[in-house]
Ligand binder design. Sequence first.
Ligand code: SF4
Length: 371
Amino acid sequence: MSFAEVLLAQKTFPFEDLLFDVNAAKVESVLNKDKLSIEDLLVLLSDPAADYLEPMAQKAAAITRRHFGNVITLFTPLYISNYCTNRCTYCSFAHEHAINRKQLSFEEVEKEAIAISKTGIRHILVLTGEAPDKATFDYLRQSLSIIANHFSAIGIEVYPLTGGQYEELINAGYMDSLTIYQETYNEELYKTYHRGGPKENYFHRLETIERACRQRIRAVTIGALLGLDDLRREAFAVAHHALYLQKTFPDVEISLSFPRICPLVENFIPGVVVTDRQLVQLITAFRIMFPTLGITMTTRESARFRDNIMPLGITKVSAGVSTAVGGHIGKPSTTQFEIADHRSVSEMQRDLLANGFQPVMHDWNMKMSMC
Ligand code: SF4
C-alpha cells in the first residue's frame, strides 16, 4: 500500500471527535506513557495540552538528550537556479513573478561551493525551482558533481525526479538525502495554493519521497509548510507519513521539518497563523511521539526562537543562509523568502557552544559509505 492510499483511508478518521474529547486528565495520562500512538499525538496537540507546555518541554528535552546528546548538525542551502514553471501562490519564485531570474553557470556553482565550504560546513542542501527545461537533469547532475568535490554530504530540495534519476545521483555519489515538503497534505487546499505547472499534481509530489526511498537513499526530510491549513490536521498527516516511511523503509533515516510560511509575495495572506507557542507545542509533541527522528529548524525562525527551541528536540539547523541564487558570491538574484536568523556559520557555532551544544559540521561522508 502506498502512502497516498494510507492518506485516502484517513479521510474518514474521526479527527474532530478525538480532539473534542480531550481533557487535562487525558493529557497527563499521555505524558506518562513511554510510547505514543497517533491518537496520543493528537491529545498533545489539543487545546487542553497547551496548558502543559512546560512538562511537555521537559519530557521532549530529556528524550532529545537521551537519543542525540548535545549534538546539533549544521548545514547551508545552496540555490543554483530560481527558474520555475510552477505557480505556488506563496512563493516569490513562482512563474508569473517578474523577478531577477538566475541560474548559476558551472563556474559559479564551483565558486558558491568554495565560498560555503570555506566556512567549514560539510553538509549542503542544493535547491532549484521546477523548470526542468532550464535547470535540466543534466544540469543538476553536473552541478552536483562539482559540489560533491567540496562537501561530504549533499541533500537536494529540487523538483521531483524519477526513481531512475534518484538512483543515478545516489550511485554516482552526488547526493545522499532528499527534502520534499508536501506543502499541505489537504488535497483540496493544495489545488488552491498550486495553480499551475507540474506541481499541481498532488499525488506525484506525495509519492516522490517513496520513489527516492526505493533507491536506497540514506535520509529524507518531510514536512508541511505551516500556515496553509489547520495545524493539527497537517501535523496528523505528517505523523502518518513519518510512521509509514519508518515502517516501509526501516533503513532510511527519516527527519521532519516544520517551516512556518514567510512569503515575500505581495497580497498573499497565510490561511492560518501559527503562533510561537503552537509551534513549540507541535515540536515537543513530535519529539515525544518520535524519539529518534531528526528535526530540522530553518532560518525562517528568529535567532531567539531557534535558540530557545533547540534543546526541546532540534537536531539540525541551517546557518550562513542566503535564499538567493548566487547569494554567497556577491551577485545575488531575488530571494525566495525572508529569513529571520541572519547568523553566519561561525556566529551559529559560537552561540551553540555558549548554549551547551556541540556544533557538528561533518558527521557523515557519503563517499566513505560507498566503499
Ligand atoms: S515553491 Fe518551489 S515549485 Fe513553488 S514556485 Fe516556489 S520555487 Fe517554484
